[in-house]
Design a binder for this molecule. Sequence first.
Ligand code: UT7
Length: 322
Amino acid sequence: MSAPARSRIAGTGSHLPARVLTNRDLESMVDTTDEWIVARTGIRERRIAADGETTSDLALAAARNALAAAGLRPGDIDLIVLATSTPDMVFPSSACLLQKKLGIRHGAAFDVQAVCSGFVYALATADQFIRSGMHRRALVVGAEVFSRILDWKDRGTCVLFGDGAGAVVLEASPEPGILSSHLHADGAYADILNTPGHVSGGGVTGDPTLKMDGGAVFKLAVRVLEESAHEALSANGLAVADVDWFVAHQANVRIISHTARKLGIPPEKCVVTVDRHANTSAASIPLALDVAARDGRIKRGDLVLLEGVGGGFTWGSVLIRW
Ligand code: UT7
């Protein structure tokens, strides 16, 4: 089989759990206010998975929506790459559990762990497999239940995150599609954002809740998102003015707007959904992408810049001709 030249997104999907937790609800849980959360983050509400509802359950609903949008059946998929930092189990991977729920028994399935950059890492990975000719149709999913790793007494972190999933179907195509992806990591920053606990000897060793130096994360995020955007555009001989849609990790509207301002991208080209679901880590980019694809903003031929940044530290971008 000759290697297909490129990969393209054939459909998008997303899913949020039913339970809404508003900023007002949080006022009775920690010392915070709706006004503070909206002003500092742009977040208005987040969704919380029900007891027993897992990452692969949320991923399943998002994957079904993406398959329907692509006009495909689960059996058409020969690769699942699922980005998560909140897997159902230590093993098997949530990708394998999703594969089982979809009734797929062929191809490859594995998880990618790059925290909030997870979707960008997963999409870049699937793109390489399709370009090489090893796989033809991939489900690329970001799915998280971050509500389970939060310290609900820490107002500095618990107001910022939520649960959700987003997915795309990526398929071989003679035309791009994905123009290029650019991934980075620097483990020297592991201390500014982490969840240090782990399973050991039949229990949890260390603290299994999220810890963050918010100010340090904010500054680093804006810097690397700006650098990564320039890297992706210059690799393709394109300029900032060529970008039709900027779909950055949905952590904080101020990170998105600071980055866009530094790059010279006008606010109307920035896709923002963080107000509705807070920071859903690896799920945030495909959630935003699905909203803008379905409401008709992103059209065929548009240049779409995806950018992720998160724990590790990890960051990167994927430039797409839609
Ligand atoms: O995927 C990456 C994940 N992480 C992020 O995206 C987070 C990046 N960082 C941020 O988004 C921001 O740094 C935060 C939203 C976390 C904080 O915003 P900030 O403008 O940097 O506020 P700050 O940390 O400087 O805190 C200002 C004040 C502090 O009080 P004092 O010390 O000035 O009296 C905090 O204790 O706000 C206080 N504060 C709160 N007040 C009400 C912190 N959290 C809250 C809260 N409600 N939830």
